[in-house]
Design a protein around this ligand. Structure first.
Ligand code: SF4
Length: 369
């Protein structure tokens, strides 16, 4: 049988993915979506269904990290699963076609699937000087986004750049980079931030859409709650050390070797909402904090301005202020853990660029004296 006409099951077998591995993957997707294990067969059914949604994948100001994340995902071969359960009609980085052929493919798919296709956007969109800083096929990213979003059933912004502007939007943001939700209206937008996004979350989001025909519950930053409903800090395996006041003080010290808390080394886990500690990366093998590096807060609005310097504790964060020693923070948090949830969102609002810069400069000047 020609590969083109094979069903998902046959293709996975050809790739060496057994039925057992596939079902294990479906159970993992159910768990990611916080669905009961009994839903795993439904997930398998949805993935094997031939009714594949058409997907247009646009890439603007980005490093292609999200495309890389898709291509290098494991569990078992999530990229194959994603690429098989969707009909990826246009993706500059991945498609073989180029130039007029590629543009024609996009145009045809948008016409044929009007109102039904899923638009995935990677990278931020520059708006300064009429958007001239990113053009594809002679048209600005801004125009391309608006045209494609107008006929989409939903838009998924993958990575921090497409979600919130990301690194291109960092101060002084010379291109006027923005995220998708700031520029698109009249169509549902879901943000899947991270630098890059975790492909398992994209798979789970698509599976949810296939099974229920709706979007999952979103938070106030348009992120799915199944992926961004909990703080990194709350599921971190080093949390016991935080609460016990056991901190790494220097890279490579004994505490670092023992796997103690990285808060004093600048970990932004307390301000970051993502399922990294439970989902992990590389087939669930590890994630940055487990590997010994603090969280850099890449799934939050304002990253990187509001999350840098990476290797210093953030000053003036409610509950984590300069007046508090890390030890007292740990003790305080045990008592006020629930109240701290209210801080989410406030942090990003108060840490606007001007005040952040000023507060940080004053703080570091004081610290260096
Ligand atoms: S501060 Fe960072 S390393 Fe420490 S418990 Fe929280 S998330 Fe984990």
């Amino acid at each position: 049988m020609e590969v083109l006409f094979m069903g998902l099951r046959e293709k996975l077998e050809l790739l060496g993915v057994s039925r057992r591995d596939f079902l294990k993957f479906c159970t993992a997707v159910s768990a990611t979506l916080a669905l009961p294990p009994a839903m795993a067969p439904k997930v398998a059914e949805a993935l094997e269904d031939d009714n594949r949604p058409a997907v247009i994948w646009l890439e603007f100001q980005s490093c292609s990290g999200d495309s890389e994340s898709l291509l290098r995902s494991g569990r078992p071969k999530a990229a194959d699963l994603v690429l098989d359960v969707i009909s990826l009609d246009y993706a500059e980085v991945l498609m073989a076609a180029a130039g007029h052929q590629a543009e024609q493919a996009k145009h045809d798919s948008m016409e044929k699937n009007k109102g039904k296709y899923v638009l995935i956007v990677e990278g931020s969109i520059p708006v300064e000087d009429d958007g001239i800083y990113c053009c594809i096929a002679g048209d600005t990213a801004l125009n391309q986004l608006k045209k494609a979003a107008a006929g989409a059933a939903m838009v998924i912004a993958v990575g921090n750049c497409a979600s919130f502007g990301g690194i291109p939007a960092a101060y002084p943001n010379p291109t006027g980079a923005k995220g998708v939700a700031d520029l698109v209206s009249g169509v549902p937008v879901v943000n899947l931030p991270g630098c890059p996004m975790n492909c398992d979350n994209l798979t789970a989001l698509i599976v949810h859409y296939l099974i229920f025909g709706t979007l999952p519950a979103l938070d106030n930053q348009l992120r799915p709650k199944f992926a961004h409903g909990k703080r990194i800090h709350d599921n971190c395996e080093r949390r016991g050390h935080f609460d016990a006041g056991q901190y790494v003080e220097k890279w490579g010290d004994e505490a670092h070797r023992q796997g103690w808390c990285l808060y004093k080394m600048g970990c932004k886990g307390p301000q970051t909402w993502h399922n990294c500690p439970t989902l992990r990366w590389n087939d669930g093998l590890s994630w940055p904090v487990m590997a010994g590096h603090g969280c850099v807060g890449c799934s939050e609005p304002g990253f990187i301005d509001t999350m840098s310097p990476f290797y210093r504790r953030l000053p003036e964060v409610p509950g984590f202020g300069v007046e508090s020693s890390a030890t007292s923070v740990g003790l305080k948090l045990v008592g006020v853990a629930t109240a701290f949830f209210a801080v989410h969102g406030v942090v990003s609002i108060i840490r606007n660029r001007g005040t952040v810069k000023k507060v940080e400069e004053e703080y570091y000047e004081k610290e260096e004296k």
